[in-house]
Design a protein around this ligand. Sequence first.
Ligand code: 8X3
Length: 260
Amino acid sequence: MNRDDQWAAGRVVVVTGATSGFGAAFARRLTRAGGKVIAVGRRAERLAALAMDCAPGSVLGRAVDLQDPAAPEAILQNLPEPFIAIDGLINNAGLALGLGPAQKAALPNWETMIAVNVQALVRLTHAVLPQLVDRPRADIINLASVAASYPYPGGNVYGATKAFVRQFSLGLRSDLLGTRVRVTSLEPGMCETEFSVVRFGGDQDAAAKVYAGMKPLSAEDVADALEAILRLPAHLNVNTMEIMPIQQAFGPFAVDRSGA
Ligand code: 8X3
C-alpha cells in the first residue's frame, strides 16, 4: 500500500448528515479506503442501510437530532473500541430552507438553519476538539458553500450561516496552530442532492428546475474533493476549497433602476 492509499486507512471519522447526499457519499468513500465512520443522522433506517452498504464493521450509526443540545454526548458516549480514537470530524449536516426575499421569509426557517448549520456544528466541534488535539494527525472538514462568499437573492440567512462556517473554520486554524489538526472549509456550489428538495419544502418540480439544462455537481464529485483534501500530506492544510459546476458562475451587481 503506498502513502496515497493510506489516506483513510485506520482512521475514525465522525460524519454528520450521513443519511443522504454528501454525508452518505463521504461515509462510503472513507470506509472503502479502510476508514471507520461514526455516521450521524436522524433516520435510523437510513443509517442501517448505509452500514449494510459499507464494509462490515466499518460504520457505527448514531441516530440523533443534532438540534438536541445533548446530541454530542449521545454521539460520543460508550463508543465501541474500534471507534474510540476519533481523528476526523466532517461537519456536513446542514440545510437551506426557502429561497424567497428576506422580507417574506418565515422566521422558523431562519431559526432552523441557524440551529443546524451553526449551533449544532459548533456544539459537536466543541465536544470533539479535545480528542483531536491529542492525535498525531487529525482533520476537521466543515461543509460551507459558495453562498458563504457570494450573496444571491434569497440566500439571506442560508448564506450567512455558511459565512459563519467558513469564518469559524479559519478561526479554528488560528487556535489550532501548534497542534496536528488540519481544518478545511469545503465550499461547493450547485450540487444535485436532496438539498433543493428540502429548500423548497418537498416540491420536487421546483427542485428539478434549479438544475434544468445544466450539469450540477454530484455528491460523488464533492466526495472526490474531500478525498483530494485528505490525501494531501499531513503538513499541508487546505484552508478553503470552493468548487462549482463549470456551468455556474458569478453575475453582475444588481441595480435598482426604478427611479433616482
Ligand atoms: C448551495 C450552493 O450554489 O446552490 O450551498 O447556493 S448554491
